[in-house]
Design a protein around this ligand. Structure first.
Ligand SMILES: N[C@@H](CCC(=O)N[C@@H](CS)C(=O)NCC(=O)O)C(=O)O
Length: 346
């Protein structure tokens, strides 16, 4: 049996997840082939993520026992933050020597500068970025003061770029990958204001090189990133006619079984497992007009769920033997999902 691949929990726009993906890609790994990518909706984190890492932030990399030698017999190793994921990826393969792994004094000095820059990014710069970008979450705070604090740090980084165009030394390093998503986010909060800073010319050029280059674009698109959240195996799914769902919301309870049939006439509500949704849609809903996919947490149901065989095929499906309370529905989203708009802000 093939070994289970590492699992990466990620969120497309999260700067920490972006830098983890940049390092995994730089190490030559590809989702689908070398790891399983699970895009997470931060508003409804899948139980599998929370079981792996209770703090519930992304990125998280879960290494199967055989990939996590030293973690103990049969134990998966969980890397619960971006720097751990980057270190793991580049320890496997670092063709561009992003870590400056050599033993000489020059490498040691560059490693120290890389570490200091990442520390400044994750500490002071991130603090100013959050208070500038999300000023509404910090009432009473002086937004401009945080912008100035961030700009001062950026001026230091810009000066460091001048000799060669990279933050540390004469070639790209871990520092470039680790701070890039945060500088990008700072610019996105006020692009014109950022671009007007003449003292940041080298940093602006550095950022533009990444924004126009292939590395960042690759990890913001399939297969590294998607706008469609991964479906937890611990949740179940129900396709609903949009009108019937709206009626249920007004009544406070959903009591349809499947298209054209009520809970009362069938005795249970049909549902699908994570991997059965598309086939169910194809069989029964493709011509049904506006359809929603309900994501249901079985733990919030009062009725029992039983996996029972469909008479025609014997394939087992989850059946909810009672009404569906609205509180059990974690999301009701158009299905099939609308095509993502290309371009625009990430
Ligand atoms: N130190 C962590 C920070 C990760 C982090 O804060 N990620 C954010 C998203 S950008 C998150 O998951 N937040 C949880 C939430 O919003 O519920 C790392 O380096 O991975």
């Amino acid at each position: 049996m093939a070994a289970a691949p590492p699992i990466l929990y990620s969120f497309r726009r999260c700067p920490y997840a972006i830098r983890a993906r940049l390092a995994l890609a730089a190490a030559g790994l590809t989702p689908g082939a070398d790891l399983e990518l699970r895009e997470v909706h931060l508003g409804r984190k899948p139980p599998e993520l929370l079981e792996a890492s209770a703090k519930g932030t992304v990125p998280v990399l879960v290494l199967p026992p055989e990939a996590s030698a030293g973690a103990g017999e049969g134990a998966a190793l969980v890397l619960p933050d971006s720097l751990g994921v980057m270190a793991w990826a580049l320890a496997r393969h670092d063709p561009a020597d992003l870590r400056r792994s050599g033993e000489g004094n020059a490498e040691a000095s560059e490693r120290a500068r890389i570490a200091a820059m990442i520390e400044q990014n994750d500490g002071a710069f991130k603090h100013h970025l959050d208070h500038f970008k999300y000023a509404n979450r910090h009432p009473g705070d002086d937004r401009e003061q945080h912008r100035d604090g961030a700009l001062e740090i950026l001026r230091g980084w810009s000066a460091a770029l001048e000799p060669c165009g990279w933050l540390v030394g004469g070639q790209p390093s871990l520092a470039d990958l680790a701070v890039l998503p945060f500088v990008r986010q700072f610019r996105l909060a006020d692009p014109e204001g950022f671009d007007r800073q003449t003292a940041l010319a080298p940093l602006q050029e550095w950022l533009q090189r990444f924004l126009q280059g292939p590395e960042l674009a690759a990890v913001m698109a399939e297969p590294w990133a998607t706008r469609r959240p991964w479906r937890s195996r611990q949740w179940i799914y129900h396709l609903a006619l949009a009108d019937e769902w709206r009626q249920a919301q007004a009544q406070g309870l959903y009591e349809r079984s499947t298209r054209g049939q009520s809970l009362e006439s069938v005795g249970f509500i049909h549902a699908s497992g994570a991997d059965q949704v598309e086939a169910t849609y194809g069989r029964f809903y493709a011509d049904a007009g506006e359809v929603l996919l309900l994501t249901i947490d079985p733990g919030r149901l009062t009725a029992s769920v039983r996996w029972e065989p469909a008479p025609a095929t014997g394939e087992c499906f989850p059946h909810i033997h009672g009404p569906l309370p609205l509180e059990a529905v974690l999301a009701a989203e158009p299905f099939p999902p609308p095509q993502p708009v290309t371009g625009g802000r990430c």
